[in-house]
Design a protein around this ligand. Sequence first.
Ligand code: BES
Ligand code: MN
Ligand code: ZN
Length: 503
Amino acid sequence: MADGIEIGFGPLEQSGQGPGGSGDLVVFVGDDLALGSAARAALGAAGTDLVAKAAASEKFKGRSLSALTLPAPAGVNADRLVVIGLGLEKDRAKTDWPALGGFTAGKVSGRAARVVLDWPGTTVSAAQAGEFALGARLRTYTFDRYKTTKKPDAEDKSGTTLTLLLAEHGTASREGEGARTLSEGVILARDLVNEPPNVLFPEEFARRAADLSKLGVEIEVLEPARMRELGMGALLAVAQGSVREPRIVIMRWNGGPAGEAPVAFIGKGVVFDSGGISIKPGGGMEDMKGDMGGAAAVVGALHALASRKARCNVVGAIGIVENMPDGGSYRPSDIITSMSGQTIEVINTDAEGRLVLADVITHVVRSAKPKAMVDLATLTGAIIVALGQDIAGMFSNDDALAANINAAGEATGEKVWRMPLIPAYDKAIDSKFADMKNTGGRHGGAATAASFMQRYVEEVPWAHLDIAGVAMSSNASEINRSWGAGWGVRLLDRLVRDHYEAR
Ligand code: BES
Ligand code: MN
Ligand code: ZN
């Protein structure tokens, strides 16, 4: 699905010129209700006065992310006038531009609007307008591929057209293009998460990832025969209960100097996690179609990076399997041998993600020799218990990498919280019969899962993001109304932009 929006840019002088006098005129005010000069010019004295009167009678206080919608007064070249609040002047420096864009798009959805990015005390930069545009695009995404009748809901998002008016409109078009390609990456990830597993089985997932070749991404797909040659006994054990064959997709974006070590992004792609023989309870099991949110984020990030021709070498690797109960399934008590040579006693077949990732990590470490490695995985329910649904858990063996990811999280709003990796967690996964077992007991479930994966990263600077709480079942926000959030695409894009790209 695409977003349902078109975004253009123009000079503030266009504020008074509607498309044939139709559409919405959007203006912004702080808590003092003062309009910027372009907005005042477009509204005229009578319109400016009307805004003040309407605000008083409607108790509109200009609070952040509140709006007042009015029929446009006579003499104003528009159908409706939408006044959007910015809140207190002192908070202006912390303006969440994507959220403001998302909120605005929500207020004018399905319509054409001129958006006057001008208010007292602020000159909106091209970059800020780009962030605004990104939020607007992400807000208008809906996943309705399987609705045979589209009900005209309150927020009909298709056909929204925004013209963002600002002083820096010339350079803003470039930022707007960046917003478009980044939003495409997020939307690709959201689509993948929202798709059901009967449609998005591993082979189909691999096909969709392979589409990135159109953007110049090198694609390599590993099938089971090759996985067996490589000795990927852990991933193959998870896959063996499903009639759907597993796949690993390696995506290489070579935008940096030839021969420079890449940064690697690795994603858990369990297209459906029934739990296997250690089957999950029925209630909510349908959510486990989203157990590939990590892989979706990696594909979306590679899409975004390749679209904007990022100047760095990046390897994306996703392990795609289905975890099912079957006569042929792997079982608790099985001892399996991973590609690394380390053996694993299976305690619980529902702790499958770490088994899949172990082999993908070993393969990436040995074949790509990355300078840094970040995995994203909907790995544990325990991380949701610990952190809830608004922040991801981060485990890392490298303080500098962890700090960079943290900064990228703050910058994009895709926030992470660092969790500990200590020897006690590692000890918890020692096994009586094998080198390790795949669960660490009742306590510290997210941390023992991370410790399990640490046994496969060798010496590579690495961070593990447990995104079980943020990838799916998302709370509605100003920039997302979708079940699948596409979480991580913006974070990874930002991490690359700020720390791995030649300037
Ligand atoms: N995919 C789940 C984790 C999960 C739970 C993701 C809820 C999103 C929402 C994972 O494979 C799993 O089942 N983990 C188990 C591990 C346990 C068996 C050690 C868990 O968290 O309960
Ligand atoms: Mn599981
Ligand atoms: Zn899982």
